[in-house]
Design a protein around this ligand. Sequence first.
Ligand SMILES: Cc1cc2nc3c(=O)[nH]c(=O)nc-3n(C[C@H](O)[C@H](O)[C@H](O)COP(=O)(O)O)c2cc1C
Length: 200
Amino acid sequence: MSIEQAIRARRSVRGLLGPPLDDGELRALVALALAAPAPHHTRPWRFVDVAPPRREPLATALGEVWRADMEADGVPRAQQVRALARSRRQLVSAPTLLLGCLVPDGLRRYPDEQRWRAEWGLAQQSFGAAVQNLLLAADGRGLGAFWISAPLYAQQAVRAALDLDAEWEPQALVALGRRDPGYTPFDRPEPDLGRHLVRR
Ligand SMILES: Cc1cc2nc3c(=O)[nH]c(=O)nc-3n(C[C@H](O)[C@H](O)[C@H](O)COP(=O)(O)O)c2cc1C
């Protein structure tokens, strides 16, 4: 498959079946994630393979934060219960669950908040590139995968649930497994270059 075909073919696959990825598959995917472009020749990322016994406590920690947010937003209770149950199911049933974190490795420390925020922004951009590498590589191997953004909203809770270093900033989970042949990805509209590409 050409690179262009691979990019077009990749989809978020939320219907996943076991078994978990074996160690070689997981290491190969993370190695490709680590080949992503990053600022100042750094690799400001950590990936955590979240073992099954950690999943329920992780789902509870994430769920408590999300439930409080939904409550404050006035989301009806029945809707909260459905959303939390779905999220817990996704975390617990993922054949492999990988947490991606940002770390300040090699980043420039500025005395002012504005430049430090920009520097952290660079690291976040590079994290997206790393995850895209991983998603593309998983797709290329015939695996299914999808991104779960919940950790970004509950960083302290995730750190505590997984005993992570205080400097690690949880960003996203990636669920990985074999593709459920019954899963159909959401519609993805054709690109609208008239709107998304402008010239000045
Ligand atoms: C930053 C980011 C956060 C996302 N968060 C979630 C998420 O929490 N749950 C989920 O099912 N998909 C999530 N996705 C996947 C998107 O929904 C998906 O990429 C988008 O709908 C396009 O579909 P495709 O990946 O099949 O092309 C996320 C993607 C990105 C880049």
